[in-house]
Ligand binder design. Structure first.
Ligand code: UD1
Length: 421
């Protein structure tokens, strides 16, 4: 059974926090290490159960991994990549594992991968990944919960994505790196994690231009080489600590952050009267006691819009803001799983189609709640920091998927979060 957290409110959070490497950057980079038979060293790797699961998956395919979790260094050597079929046991653990399909196809000419698991936030199809691989010349079959892709050779193509899917952009970029000729990928995702993956691939010898814009050109090469790459800081983990400062009316300094990646979060915090200032080595988020936190409307959008991964966290903040906020989720169809649990804590929230209408209350009350997914779990933990009385948060495993020791790091800032195994 998963651990649980007991959270006792303990006043404003204050102090410094060092932000980890990005989960959503390291997972695609680890999938991309399968594109070369040479050793890759990935640095600034966060100590997450999702990373552990990804390593297990790579090893099950014949790759060797060595992870120094304390130093954040992870070596992968996929010289021995010899299996073209991924086991459900691994892929069922995290959705990002599906990203191995492009690299396996490009390296081995075939790949058989189960449909992915991951957070229960919507149906999360993979049709855009598959359309892209098919456009590069792969034959795709779907049977018994597995997707099989095969191609004697991949050929560059012009691909237009119906929606700027992060995962599909990554899948296609990886496969096209070893295709023959040029791929032009249009209406693709522009998230910082896409740029990080392109930087990794280019350092390994790929020729990718335009990552971070909606048109990416990939000139295929025959082989890629081993590389050392340090992943970017996690903008969602940074955003989580920023909301923690806002929610507890505290004062937190963040280091190892890219302020540019946090613009949509910073803008929204400023709009609700929370102060955010750039410092020499990061950001400071603090509360001005004369300015009450006020309601705001939020609509999630692909980057550089407001991130869907921050939606639940902001809902916790808006739950005790002055006034009525409307949060509209446009990216995933089922991402209000935290609402029922926040209501158990006394929040006043109504869901109307893809929007949640939140009437701010003076204070939430501690309760027994359940983390249904990663960000919902973090959102409930933050809500509990400022509630009246104790909260028992079940489903710690969801939180551990995407945060390195969130409980311990919040405690270092003055919180009182106890983990019960
Ligand atoms: C990634 C992030 C996740 C984040 C999301 C959106 C990783 C490991 N995860 O997920 O934290 O919330 O981006 O910023 O990086 N879709 C399709 N068909 C597809 C692929 C996606 O319809 O083939 C839909 C999805 O169901 C969803 C939307 O497109 O509604 C966005 O999904 P996508 O951008 O692909 O997100 P992920 O890569 O899964």
């Amino acid at each position: 059974m998963s651990d649980k957290f007991i959270i006792t409110p303990n006043g404003p959070l204050k102090g410094d926090v060092h932000i980890s490497g990005a989960k959503n950057a390291v997972l695609p980079v680890l999938a991309a290490t399968l594109l070369t038979g040479q050793q890759c060293l990935v640095q600034n790797v966060p100590n997450l159960s999702d990373v552990e699961a990804m390593c297990g998956l790579l090893e099950s395919l014949g790759a060797g991994t060595r992870w120094d979790a304390v130093a954040g260094n992870l070596t992968v050597c996929a010289e021995g990549l010899d299996k073209h079929e991924a086991a459900y046991e691994w892929v069922g653990k995290l959705r990002a594992s599906f990203l191995i399909i492009g690299p396996m196809l490009a390296r081995l000419g075939r790949a058989k991968v189960p449909l992915p698991g991951g957070c229960a936030i919507g149906s999360r199809p993979v049709d855009l990944h598959l359309k892209g691989l098919a456009a590069l010349g792969a034959e795709i079959e779907h049977a018994h919960g597995f997707i099989s892709a095969s191609a004697s050779k991949l050929t560059g193509a012009r691909i237009y994505l119906d929606f700027p899917s992060v995962g599909a952009t990554e899948s296609i970029m990886m496969a096209a790196s070893l295709a023959q000729g040029q791929t032009i990928l249009e209406n693709c995702a522009v998230e910082p994690e896409i740029v990080d993956l392109a930087n990794f691939l280019n350092a390994a010898g790929a020729d990718i231009r335009g990552a971070g814009t909606d048109t990416v050109k990939i000139n295929g090469t025959q082989t890629l080489r081993g590389v050392t790459h340090s992943v970017i800081p996690d903008r969602i983990e940074a955003g989580t600590f920023m909301v923690a400062a806002a929610l507890t009316r505290g004062d937190i300094r963040l280091t190892n952050v890219m302020a540019d990646h946090l613009k949509p979060v910073t803008a929204k915090l400023k709009e609700v009267n929370v102060s955010v200032a750039e410092t020499e080595d990061g950001l400071r988020v603090f509360h001005d006691p004369c300015a009450e936190v006020i309601a705001a409307d939020i609509k999630t959008m692909p980057y550089p819009g407001f991130p869907t991964d921050m939606q639940a966290l902001f809902m916790s903040l808006m739950a005790t803001a002055a006034g009525t906020s409307i949060i509209t989720e446009t990216v995933f169809e089922n991402r209000f799983m935290q609402v029922g649990e926040l209501k158990r804590m006394g929040a006043e929230i109504k869901i109307e189609s893809r929007s949640a209408v939140i009437e701010g209350v003076a204070q939430l009350a501690g309760a027994q709640v359940n983390a249904s997914d990663l960000r919902a779990g973090a959102a409930l933990m933050l809500a509990a920091l400022n509630a009246h009385g104790k909260t028992e948060l079940h489903g710690a495993a969801h939180v551990d998927r995407g945060y390195c020791a969130l409980d311990t790091r919040l405690n270092a800032l003055g919180a009182c979060v106890q983990r019960i195994s």
